[in-house]
Each structure stands twice: as structure tokens, then as C-alpha cells.
Ligand binder design. Structure first.
Ligand SMILES: Cc1ncc(COP(=O)(O)O)c(C=O)c1O
Length: 387
């Protein structure tokens, strides 16, 4: 856990500093961690109430999986991906964190290397260490944030067991094109052959349903058979504190491998604290599958914020998916600039905390009122350092 602590240090230090100060205050505009700033979806609340009421004495007894939950995920995955996903190949987990942990624990030997994207989600390194693996960060292509296939290939060794691909990508909002995923698949297949063992691809897809402008989510599972897919309901429902997600074994994975991995994934969940999702959430899952935050409203918020920031002089790409914006910090010290914004009650994640030094990460889970109140602050702050 000391190694895990090291991996989490930057983000934990930042969070501690924020929380230890005077607090955010009632009028703060919170763009930091993707936490909801609006009333939860009524459909989510209703589903939880509906399924919590016990109908027999075993209602809250130990049970790994509710069959309808696995069936529901298998059905919607099969529809979305035009492949046949089997309910037995779906593990219901405590969110995306749980899905990633189960995948890594299932396939890693102690010290195995796991390649993951930089910039990237802050917890990959910690989760890899937590599964006794060795994290190997590989940079995305500068500027475009595409997969850098040459760099990934150069990072693969005889100890590589997993390559993580997060698409749509936190924090850049990039959806990797199919050609890149196909090319990566070729390289992983060749390296697996060369080293005489399977290199797995972990497709981390919690933002699969948060895509804009008619973009389609493209899963690496369609390019590479040895793929495990991790999903979280936390983003689509904007309720990350209710821990529900799943891990799916790729539909094209050879059956013998799937049979072995099913057991390994279950034992990963058992050994790491009976980490299966709670029964009420599992029972509610088929109802929750049909729910989502309003993606069109999220896209409008993205557009308003992009337009407002650009008008003030900020340089930022338009994300294809997720709910993050990554404007360039007007001064190289993104920590200092984030601190300046915070003096006026606008709280963003400094890029240095998200492996994106020199930028800021703005989470659009803030509400529209916060967006409107923050834009004059962003404009004032860049004005102070301009020229
Ligand atoms: C890329 C990525 N993967 C996984 C997760 C974990 O999701 P959850 O907190 O719902 O488990 C997150 C959450 O921010 C994420 O951004």
C-alpha cells in the first residue's frame, strides 16, 4: 500500500489541500472531480426504492450476481456491438474501479507490467500497484492525443500482461478511431506471439454513452479478441457514490480462455472483500440500463463553456466525448493558476494532478449556473496575466 500511496500522492495532496482550507463555500463553482451538482435522476431514486423493498427472507442474503443484471448487460452489449455476449461472461462490480481491479487481479502475476495512457485517469497507477503489477505510463501523441502506437510497441516487454485503452478518454475527450485500435490489435497479437503468452487489452469505457455530435463509441473489443471491458454506471447516471459497474470478457475471446477467466474474475472479487455490487443495485440494474443524464444538455453546456473560454482567450480542444474540458493554463504553472481561480470561488483540477501539466481540467458535471458565474472569473484571471 506504500507503493499505492506514492501513485496517489499528487491527487491526494491536492484534495487534502482543498478540503483542509476554508472549504469550497456555498457559492463555489466546483469543476474538480466529476461530482454531481444537480438533483439525482428521479428514475434512479425510484428504481432503488422499488428494489430495496424485501419480497422474501433471503432478499439481502449473500449472492454473487443477480441473473437479470448479467442478462441485461449482455443484451445491451450484444446489441451495441453486434456480437454475442454471454451473461456468464459479465461480472457485476462495485463501479468502474471494481471492474478494473477484478480484471487486473484476474490476469496479473506479481510484477507483471501494465501499460496505461498518460495523460490519463489518476487511479490507474494505484490500481495496478494494488494488483501487485508494475505501472508503465506511455504518452499519447502530443497535440492530437491519439494512441502513440510506436511508443506502445517500444514499451512492450516479456513482462507486459495488460495494455489499458480508455476511450472516450479522460481527460482529453478523445474517441480513438477504429484504424488506431486495429493497428494496436495487430501489434498486441504480434507481441503475444513473440513472447509466447497473451497480452490482454483492458478497455476502460465508463464514458461509452457520453459522446457528442453524432460520434459513435468504438470499442477496442471489436478489434482485439483478448479484451476485457470495464464499465461504470457512475458517469451515465452521474451518481458515482452508488457503486455499480461491470466487467465483460470480450465476445471474441476463445471460449477456453473465457471459462478460465470467469473463475479468476469471481475469485478476484471474493479475495478483495466480496466486491460484487450490492444486491439492491444489481436488482435495479435492468432499470438503470435505460437511464442516462441528458447528453444533449451536457453537449450544450460543453458548447457554452468552450465558446465562453475561447472568447476570453483560452486555447482548448472540443471533446468528442466524456464531460471534461482541458484549456491550456495561461501561465505555465497550472497549480498557481488554479489557485488564482479558486480565490474567486472557481475550483478546477490543475493539469499537473491529471498528468496534464500546463493545462486545467474542467468537469462539466458542474451546473449551468456555475458555468455562467465562472466565465467572468475565467476572463478576469486570464486578463490579469495577459501581455
Ligand atoms: C477513465 C476512468 N475509469 C474509471 C473510473 C472509475 O469510475 P467509478 O468511480 O464509477 O468506479 C473513472 C472515474 O472517474 C474514470 O474516469
Amino acid at each position: 500500500m506504500l507503493a499505492v500511496t506514492e501513485e496517489m500522492r499528487t491527487v491526494m495532496d491536492f484534495a487534502r489541500k482543498v478540503l483542509e482550507g476554508d472549504g469550497l463555500g456555498p457559492d463555489a463553482c466546483d469543476f474538480m472531480f466529476g461530482n454531481p451538482q444537480e438533483t439525482p435522476l428521479r428514475g434512479l431514486v425510484d428504481a432503488l426504492i422499488r428494489h430495496v423493498e424485501p419480497q422474501d427472507v433471503h432478499w439481502f442474503g449473500y449472492k454473487k450476481y443477480e441473473a437479470p443484471a448479467r442478462e441485461s448487460v449482455a443484451r445491451s452489449l450484444s446489441q451495441a456491438r453486434s456480437r454475442h455476449y454471454k451473461p456468464d461472461d459479465i461480472a457485476i462490480t462495485a463501479g468502474g474501479f471494481g471492474a478494473i481491479a477484478a480484471a487486473l487481479l484476474a490476469v496479473l502475476e506479481v510484477g507483471d507490467q501494465v501499460i496505461y495512457p498518460r495523460p490519463g485517469w489518476f487511479a490507474y497507477g494505484a490500481q495496478i500497484r494494488g494488483a501487485a503489477g508494475t505501472p508503465i505510463a506511455v504518452d499519447l501523441a502530443p497535440g492530437t492525443y491519439d494512441l502513440d502506437l510506436e511508443r506502445i510497441e517500444a514499451a512492450i516487454t516479456g513482462r507486459t500482461r495488460v495494455v489499458v485503452v480508455n476511450t472516450p478518454h479522460n481527460p482529453t475527450g478523445r474517441i480513438f478511431p477504429r484504424a488506431q485500435l486495429d493497428a494496436l490489435a495487430d501489434k498486441l497479437a504480434a507481441a503475444s506471439e513473440r513472447f509466447g503468452k497473451v497480452i490482454y487489452l483492458l478497455a476502460d469505457e465508463p464514458y461509452a454513452r457520453l459522446v457528442f455530435d453524432g460520434h459513435a463509441h468504438i470499442s477496442p473489443a471489436e478489434s482485439y479478441p483478448h479484451t476485457l471491458i470495464a464499465y461504470s454506471f457512475g458517469k451515465t447516471l452521474l451518481a458515482p457514490g452508488e457503486r455499480l459497474g461491470w466487467l465483460a470478457l470480450g465476445a471474441d475471446m476463445p471460449e477456453a480462455d473465457r471459462i478460465r477467466l470467469r473463475e479468476a474474475v469471481d475469485m478476484a472479487q471474493v479475495s478483495h472483500g466480496w466486491a460484487f455490487a450490492g444486491r439492491t443495485l444489481q436488482r435495479a440494474l435492468p432499470d438503470l440500463e435505460k437511464l442516462s443524464i441528458d447528453v444533449a444538455a451536457l453537449a450544450r453546456r460543453r458548447d457554452r463553456m468552450v465558446e465562453g473560454l475561447r472568447a476570453a482567450g483560452y486555447d482548448l480542444p472540443v471533446p468528442e466525448g466524456t464531460f471534461y474540458l482541458i484549456p491550456r493554463s495561461p501561465i505555465p504553472d497550472d497549480m498557481a493558476f488554479a489557485a488564482r481561480l479558486a480565490t474567486d470561488g472557481v475550483w478546477v483540477l490543475p493539469g499537473s494532478v491529471a498528468q496534464l501539466p500546463g493545462r486545467l481540467r474542467i468537469s462539466l458535471t458542474a451546473n449551468d449556473d456555475m458555468v455562467e458565474r465562472s466565465l467572468p472569473v475565467f476572463a478576469r484571471a486570464i486578463g490579469e496575466v495577459a501581455g
